[in-house]
Write a protein that binds this ligand. Structure first.
Ligand code: ZN
Length: 312
């Protein structure tokens, strides 16, 4: 009898312990979910700005100071834009890239070695990345080892840079013919949106006898500049004349360029959506006032953006 009672109370105790355990683990799981609200965005290290949000509301949401948000995102004002990617962690700086300057070889070419980028090669020879793009018919921004990169203008086609940039329309049809992807070039460019609403102050083509490789759209300093099409950030930095500049790569051998930015809001390697704010209007580089210098490049070569942009 006594034994029986002991046994049943032991059984009771075991059940209670198990119940308590289940309750406890459930509770701690709930606690873990609610006490760590930082990692709620898809990647955990950025936030996409939604309608009605401000830098202060984002600061509160992630318990991250406004100053830190501005620092991590290279921001010069408190303005944020719907669709903007706000980084919640500092940019991991890459190893310092030291380049020894050298003279352009007699044959005018550079043979690409593993891990060499357009940016690195341009630096090596005192050129800008746009020189490299202008001088070569590059299908993509990424270089492959063994490629021969021209460091001088007019090597491949035998044309001068003035000729190639002065006549935009024949250039497109030329490219369509030679790439045999006739439909792909216009297809991917057909639904471009405007990178910025503003006044066109300078057209593509010759300007004071020199090629102007894009169009200038003037707007207020700090206004958001949008990606005209989904793509990938292949360059975000500063280049001679261009100031702070972003290069996006899109399908169909297309690149778009956004220059003189006050702030670059995206980083190399980022995938960007169509209409995503990627920079703010500024007047860095050679610019007489705040404006966007926008370029449309097919296989690296500048083509009149009017041929693909909605009317401005
Ligand atoms: Zn311009």
């Amino acid at each position: 009898m006594i034994l029986e009672t002991v046994r049943s109370s032991l059984k009771n105790l075991a059940i209670r312990i198990i119940l308590f355990w289940i309750l406890l683990s459930g509770f701690s799981l709930l606690l873990a979910l609610s006490s760590n609200p930082i990692y709620v965005t898809p990647s955990g290290d950025y936030h996409i700005v939604k309608e009605g949000e401000t830098i202060v509301s984002i600061s509160n949401k992630y318990a991250l100071s406004v100053d830190k948000i501005k620092l991590f995102n290279n921001m010069t004002s408190d303005r944020v834009f719907v669709g903007q990617k706000i980084f919640l962690y500092p940019h991991k700086s890459k190893k310092q890239d030291f380049v020894t300057q050298r003279k352009i070889p007699g044959n005018g070419y550079h043979l690409v070695k593993p891990k060499e980028s357009i940016h690195r090669i341009a630096k090596m020879y005192g050129l800008s990345v746009f020189d490299i793009l202008d001088f070569n018919d590059l299908n993509t921004y990424k270089l492959e080892p063994g490629m021969k990169i021209s460091l001088l203008p007019g090597r491949k086609s035998g044309k001068t840079s003035l000729e190639t940039n002065g006549s935009a329309k024949p250039k497109i049809s030329e490219i369509e013919k030679e790439t045999s992807v006739r439909s792909e070039v216009p297809d991917s460019a057909i639904d471009f949106i405007l990178p910025l609403k503003g006044t066109v102050t300078s057209e593509f083509g010759l300007r004071d006898g020199r090629p102007h490789k894009g169009i200038d759209i003037s707007a207020e300093k700090g206004d958001p500049i949008l990606a005209v099409q989904k793509g990938k950030v292949v360059y975000s930095g500063s280049q001679r004349g261009y100031g702070n500049v972003i290069i996006l790569e899109h399908r169909g051998y297309i690149m778009t360029v956004y220059a003189h930015n006050e702030t670059n809001l995206v980083r190399v390697g980022d995938a960007v959506g169509k209409g995503q704010p990627i920079a703010t209007v500024g007047q860095t580089g050679t610019a007489s006032g705040p404006h966007l210098h926008f370029e449309y490049r097919v296989k690296g070569k500048a083509v009149d953006p009017r041929s693909v942009l909605p009317s401005l």
